[in-house]
Design a protein around this ligand. Structure first.
Ligand SMILES: NC(=O)C1=CN([C@@H]2O[C@H](COP(=O)(O)OP(=O)(O)OC[C@H]3O[C@@H](n4cnc5c(N)ncnc54)[C@H](O)[C@@H]3O)[C@@H](O)[C@H]2O)C=CC1
Ligand SMILES: O=C(O)CCC(=O)C(=O)O
Length: 636
């Protein structure tokens, strides 16, 4: 934590949409009107009046009266609202609870909302009750809200200005809020600075007037050199997520305060070079290629970590990432089961010739016959690639009565009664079904071509859910047309459309007994939700504490958090003597090391150091200046 004395600064903070994520009165209306047939109409009317007031389009007093008149609420509704608001405190305020409690004398909540719901929420975060300035409801004997105290300055036009005049604060005043009335404090000269707070809403008219725009309380504290929980505010760190990754991923990054952009489709090289500018964390799936050209472009200079929201990482130049100190993570098991189920299902569909029968039915043809329809039980399944997916298929296929054979480039232990083959030729010579589950390494390009199809048994059923470049499509088309291959299920293609709007062009289109799917082996709700949690958790661990556990291109390091320590990360080219130089700098500055891990690959070294004392800018500059340094980061 960084600190600076701030006795002479008063922090005047708005409540609705700043301290909390929502507008209290709008939410109170929604609660009070639950079950009312006109709820949506009245709530949207109240919201629109709130917005017009916030933008300064109508006077505040007028806006407040109109809203309260529309509100059929009572004390019970207010209690429900308080519970609701407790869960809606802005993320960055929650992260900086310590700042609030440590500065409670100087923190004032000044709001045109109502103390009835503001006080319990603000006090729960360390604000002093007497420092909450807001309106108060009037209730009748039954507890129904009948109006509010109209003598309260905050219920009047320019109420915040009038209140601050009356308070006559002795010191600098920083006003923080999302609305025009917060800016009016600056306009009137009562606040030295106005910070437009955009974590929850961004109003152009307010932002234009601000001295500074802050996307979070972290950013406000950072700009002003104040004590805070994030040494560098995450709202200044850009996360770019491509290919429509699961909303859980977006939520994970947003809840930690990162600036997140989500794009539906993949990007080509030039588009990625454009979009990667200023991005620190990139998330992609199988269709965006992260090439050397992209990585060496100056636009990619801030990139720290990449998440492959899938299993395969062949689309990422892992070596170049490593050389540049960019850690890459993937989800090695999150969609395994989905691919397995699809492969098994497709074997059954093809061997029962269900596609042909279903197509005929759609044309009105009732062709009840057993011709060309077989069970998978007792048949021989040949798996090429016996990794996570291959082995899981092996177990399930055996349970369904199949005889399993496999071939893998490395020596793998056979599960159950599966039989290991010494070569592809041996496997192809025996299998009735061939299913590919190799990874997408470059050397696997075109591993199945004319020669390999010729080795297979006649009428084989062929499945490829691995990578498109593994199979030569013209050779497959020929094998299908000649009858060598009876049926096929293909999910991956040498070229795949970038978005759902692009036409799929491929010679396999229109061939009978060929199941074509748009690379959806891993696309189930379950798998995508798993991946949407797993990959961000890895990326966040790397960003927050430097852990590279599970990285596919980085030395794997994990140092448990040490009480009271400051953590520094150093990534360097793997040449002798770097650790000595790092520790020499700590020794020179009399900084005690509490914990330290170093691990290297052929290319790079990665050191996590926890030190006991406050570090100075000088130490940081010296550490960055060590020859062969690739990246340096202070975490906390
Ligand atoms: N269609 C889809 O949506 C999905 C496709 N995949 C693809 O499936 C692949 C396999 O996934 P996992 O089983 O999890 O990977 P894995 O890494 O656990 O297994 C791959 C296996 O293939 C073997 N292998 C590689 N090249 C070989 C070769 N030339 N000959 C024989 N064996 C070879 C490896 O030794 C390894 O055992 C992924 O790399 C990915 O490309 C994965 C998930 C979804
Ligand atoms: O879902 C995706 O985009 C890719 C799935 C895949 O091929 C993988 O996980 O390797």
């Amino acid at each position: 934590m960084l600190t600076k004395t701030q006795e002479q600064i008063f922090f005047v903070i708005d409540f609705d949409s700043t301290f909390t994520k929502v507008e209290g009165l709008d939410e109170l209306a929604a609660i009070a009107l639950a079950g009312n047939k006109d709820k949506d109409k009245i709530v949207s009317e109240i919201k629109s009046i709130t917005d017009r007031g916030m933008l300064g389009e109508i006077g505040f007093a007028e806006s407040l009266k109109a809203r309260v008149n529309l509100l059929p609420a009572n004390r019970e509704h207010v209690d429900i609202l308080v519970d609701f608001l407790m869960g809606k405190i802005s993320d960055s305020f929650q992260r900086n609870r310590d700042f609030i409690t440590q500065n409670q004398e100087n923190i004032l909540i000044v709001s045109s909302g109502f103390k009835d719901f503001i006080v319990p929420v603000a006090v729960s975060m360390g604000v002093k009750e007497e420092n909450v300035y807001a309106n108060t409801f009037r209730y009748d004997a039954e507890g129904n809200i009948t109006g509010y105290d109209e003598s309260n300055l905050l219920s009047q036009d320019k109420g915040k200005v009038k209140l601050l005049q009356q308070l006559n604060l002795d010191g600098d005043v920083f006003a923080i809020g999302d609305g025009y009335t917060d800016y009016e404090l600056r306009e009137s000269g009562l606040a030295n600075k106005f910070f437009a707070f955009t974590e929850n809403v961004e109003r152009q008219k307010v932002v234009e007037k601000a001295d500074e725009v802050v996307a979070s309380l972290d950013e406000f504290l950072y700009i002003n050199g104040l004590s805070r929980s994030q040494s560098y505010p995450k709202s200044k760190i850009k996360v770019l997520l491509l290919e429509n990754v699961h909303p859980k991923a977006v939520a994970s990054f947003k809840s930690e305060g990162f600036q997140v952009e989500l794009l539906k489709g993949a990007l080509d090289e030039e588009e990625l070079i454009e979009k990667i500018k200023g991005v620190s964390i990139l998330g992609l799936r199988s269709k965006t290629n992260l090439t050397k050209k992209v990585l060496e472009h100056p636009n990619a200079s801030r990139l720290m970590a990449v998440g492959a929201f899938c299993i395969g990482t062949n689309q990422i130049n892992l070596d170049e990432c490593e050389r540049r100190g960019i850690a890459v993570f993937n989800a090695p098991y999150s969609n395994t089961r989905s691919v397995v189920e699809m492969a098994i299902g497709e074997m059954i569909i093809l061997t029962r010739d269900i596609m042909t029968k279903s197509n005929k039915m759609h044309e009105g043809i009732w062709d009840k016959s057993a011709k060309n329809s077989y069970e998978i039980r007792g048949k021989k399944l040949g798996l090429v690639g016996y990794g996570s997916i291959g082995t899981q298929i092996s177990v399930i296929a055996e349970a369904m009565g199949m005889e399993v054979y496999f071939y893998d480039a490395v020596d793998k232990l056979a599960l159950g009664n599966a039989k290991k083959c010494k070569s592809l030729e041996e496997l192809f010579g025996v299998a009735d079904f061939i299913s590919l589950h190799v990874d997408g390494r470059k050397s696997n390009a075109n591993m199945i071509g004319e020669k390999e199809f010729a080795m297979m048994k006649d009428n084989v059923i062929f499945i490829n859910l691995s990578r498109g470049h593994v199979v030569e499509i013209p050779a497959l088309v020929k094998a299908l047309k000649s009858g060598k291959v009876w049926g096929a299920a293909i999910d991956v293609f040498p070229y795949e459309p970038k978005t759902n709007d692009e036409e799929f062009v491929n010679e396999l289109r229109g061939l009978p007994r060929v199941i074509l799917t748009p690379h959806v082996g891993g696309s189930t709700e379950e798998a995508q939700a798993n991946i949407g949690e797993f990959v961000p958790s890895k990326l966040l661990q790397f960003m927050n504490n430097g852990s590279t556990y599970g990285s596919v291109n980085f030395p794997e390091l994990q140092l448990p958090a040490l009480e009271g320590a400051h953590r520094l990360l150093h990534i360097h080219q793997n040449v002798p003597g770097i650790l000595a130089k790092i520790n020499g700098i700590f020794a020179k500055h009399n900084v005690n090391i509490k914990g330290q891990y170093l691990k290297t690959t052929n290319e790079i070294g990665y050191v996590i150091t926890d030190v006991a004392k406050e570090y100075s800018d000088e130490i940081v500059e010296e550490l960055k200046g060590i020859d062969n340094t690739i990246k340096f980061r202070l975490l906390y």
